[in-house]
Write a protein that binds this ligand. Structure first.
Ligand code: PDD
Length: 287
């Protein structure tokens, strides 16, 4: 493993150890920035246009001009990918409001900071796919713009640590008695043969993988509903899945120590997982 990979910072590709950002960067001081994580299979980014569209939505949401058009982003991401010694990658990119004297209000005439790195894509293990993963639950106490992929992730960090503290993989959250999402994934359930997913409103991140599951479900003729999911429905679901760019789809085995459905991946999960794997080579060819 290369421990000093090539990263991108403000126009330059350079070894990670040499990439430096000002201590006054608003990403550091305020978490004033947005980010994306793009999975890469066999050096081809998966659903890049979707990620760039969401990046634009996040930038609009924090009133920060996009420093590049999609073509330039696409070229830079591909350049970064080509500079890594491994095929399956996870590209992380972030844009912050740049370095300026500390003042909450936006600075004027300051260039944004653009940073990108790519790590090996670490997908769930065979055992996790085969047997599902334990999760814990918590009341969602994050802010009400969870639809923006901002670098201000302390709420999510604290939730994820609750899971890590007890050896669980994720923390599934509920707000006002309804399922929202997990600390770094979307959550879908299955009841009576129908996939049920919470609506993409301000309370959850509009996941690219969440959208992919909808498309794959439609293609495979798997019934799907988008509507609020109560805590009771979630806890007593036949199946519960996590979805994210680095987890793909992953079944939940237990929630707070109690089995979900049969306590492992169910038949609908297996179909969706297969659909996902079937789509990867074609998507990788398309880039
Ligand atoms: N997280 N919800 C939250 C809060 C997330 O952080 C993520 C992704 C998702 C799933 O979105 P997508 O399918 O587009 O990856 C939902 C990324 C992987 C991360 O922060 O590392």
């Amino acid at each position: 493993m290369n421990d000093d990979p090539i990263v991108y910072l403000n126009g330059d590709f350079l070894p990670s150890s040499q990439a430096k950002v000002s201590v006054l960067d608003r990403g550091f001081i305020y978490g004033d920035g947005v980010y994306e994580v793009i999975p890469v299979y066999h050096r081809a980014p998966f659903r890049m246009p979707h990620h760039l569209k969401r990046l634009q939505q996040s930038l609009n949401g924090i009133r920060l001009a996009n420093p590049m058009d999609d073509e330039a982003w696409d070229a830079l991401v591909r350049d970064l990918i080509a500079r890594q010694p491994f095929d399956d990658q996870s590209v992380y990119l972030q844009v912050t409001r740049g370095a300026a004297k500390r003042d909450h209000a936006f600075p004027k005439g300051v260039a944004p900071t653009v940073f990108m790195m790519s790590n090996p894509l670490v997908l769930p293990t065979r055992d996790q796919v085969e047997f599902g993963v334990p999760v814990v639950s918590a009341d969602d106490n994050r802010w009400l713009r969870c639809d923006l992929k901002t670098t201000s992730l302390l709420g999510n960090v604290l939730m994820r640590q609750r899971a890590a503290d007890v050896g669980a993989v994720e923390c599934v959250m509920f707000r006002d008695g309804h399922l929202t999402e997990a600390s770094a994934s979307n959550v879908l359930i299955v009841r009576g043969g129908t996939i049920v997913a919470p609506p993409k409103d301000n309370q959850i991140l509009p996941g690219i993988t969440y959208d992919a599951t909808h498309e794959f479900a439609r293609e495979a003729g798997m019934p799907m509903e988008v509507r609020p999911v109560s805590r009771d429905e979630a806890i007593s679901a036949d199946e519960m899945w996590l979805s994210s760019s680095t987890k793909e789809v992953l079944a939940v085995s237990t929630l707070d120590g109690k089995p979900i459905g049969g306590g492992g991946p169910g038949p609908m999960f297996r179909r969706m997982y297969q659909a996902f794997q079937n789509h990867k080579p074609a998507a990788a060819r398309r880039g």
